[in-house]
Ligand binder design. Structure first.
Ligand code: HEM
Length: 151
């Protein structure tokens, strides 16, 4: 499966297409929660691990919030809106140093987690296309700079 990472100019917010609803229909809520859990476990071992909670209870909450969002965006119940309010994703990420390189690491962790799925390739690709594009909205710091002390 060819999951390539797009490159964008800093500050670009390209148009996003949501994942195919069959991604949610085939994986189900439980499958999406497992995928997000695996993604966070990989992030915790990655070069950007300092961005994510070290505490296990906090990590579980982060997994839940993120899975709530991914379920919602994939056509499932609007759990994120119910628990956290309006998504405003770029604003929610504003406190964190997210560089173009950080985005690539974040996407590569998803790439690894997605490769374990057994659903049809076109559905995996539709989720990948969504995160590939939308992740650029979260990039808020040019390469080599830091907003907080997270070197
Ligand atoms: C498709 C792109 C992305 C989506 C849909 C997404 C989604 C989310 C969601 C739903 C949350 C929880 C927010 C809350 O409950 O208030 C979150 C938190 C966070 N995200 Fe993202 N994110 C994306 C990209 C990224 C990228 C590229 C990075 C860094 C490289 C990142 C780093 C973080 C951090 C540090 C947090 C706070 C800790 C946590 O709760 O996990 N995110 N993200």
């Amino acid at each position: 499966m060819n999951l390539t990472i797009n490159s964008y100019q800093f500050g670009e917010r390209p148009d996003v297409i949501k994942p195919d609803p069959d991604f949610y229909n085939q994986l189900g809520e439980d499958g999406i929660r497992k995928l997000v859990s695996k993604h966070y476990d990989l992030l915790r071992e990655s070069p950007i691990k300092k961005l994510f909670p070290a505490d296990n209870d906090e990590l579980e909450k982060a997994k839940q919030n993120s899975a709530d969002f991914m379920i919602q965006i994939s056509g499932g119940p609007d759990y994120f809106n119910q628990h956290r309010g309006k998504p405003r994703m770029a604003d929610r990420h504003a406190a964190f140093t997210i560089t173009p390189e950080g985005r690539i690491i974040w996407l590569n962790c998803y790439k690894q987690a997605l490769k374990e799925l057994t659903i049809p390739e076109n559905l995996i690709l539709s989720f990948w296309n969504y995160i590939n594009v939308f992740s650029n909205w979260m990039v808020n710091t040019p390469s080599g700079q830091y907003k907080i002390d997270d070197k």
